[in-house]
Design a protein. Structure first.
Length: 189
């Protein structure tokens, strides 16, 4: 065989292994969220809530992939009292979607370390109620989405994932960071 044939065989073998490493997957997770909203001046304030995320991804090779992620980072709620007025109940809720690059670092046959970094479109909705009056407003901004976690393989196509994801949303020039601590499942096709 000539060198040209060996090069062609090598190229076909590497292409076949790359194609077998490619895969599409979907997943979802839920958990606890935490926000850094300032509670100063409130009668009561809760920076924790429940949140969720859903994603679809494509592994370009065993180590790198891309994901589309949709999420709800929960809400921060608080009560503000202004003398002479009814208490004001307010909430800040972050939702969004992102396109992210993903890195999978194998930690053995049954676990991977996962890292995520992407560009997100976040909507921060502000709701306020006082007596019979209520109002809401929102602002959308482009921010970074980051994440880190572990995938524990239950089978070749199913993994349990525990992750921490974070992003920022803005309203009226103020930035609010939200973090989701989640547990979920990923299914590979």
């Amino acid at each position: 065989m000539s060198i040209r044939h060996w090069v062609a065989i090598g190229a076909l073998a590497s292409t076949a292994s790359a194609v077998s490493a490619q895969s599409v997957y979907i997943g979802g997770a839920g958990g606890v969220t935490r926000s850094n909203a300032d509670c100063a001046g409130t009668v009561s304030c809760d920076n924790t809530d429940t949140g969720w995320k859903a994603y679809a991804g494509y592994n370009i090779n065993p180590m790198f992939g891309v994901e589309v992620v949709g999420y709800d980072m929960g809400a921060t709620t608080g009560v503000v009292f202004i003398p002479g007025f009814n208490p004001i109940n307010a909430s800040l809720k972050t939702t969004g979607f992102a396109l992210a690059g993903v890195i999978n670092v194998p930690l053995g046959a049954s676990a991977d370390l996962i890292g995520r970094l992407g560009v997100a479109s976040n909507k921060l909705k502000v709701d306020a109620t006082s007596g019979n009056l209520s109002g809401s407003d929102s602002e959308t901004s482009t921010q970074a989405l980051w994440g880190i976690g572990f995938a524990f393989k239950v089978s070749p196509s199913v993994a349990i994932r525990t992750e921490i994801d974070g992003t920022t949303a803005t309203y009226a020039g103020e930035s609010f960071n939200s973090t989701l601590f989640s547990l979920g499942v990923s299914i590979k096709f």
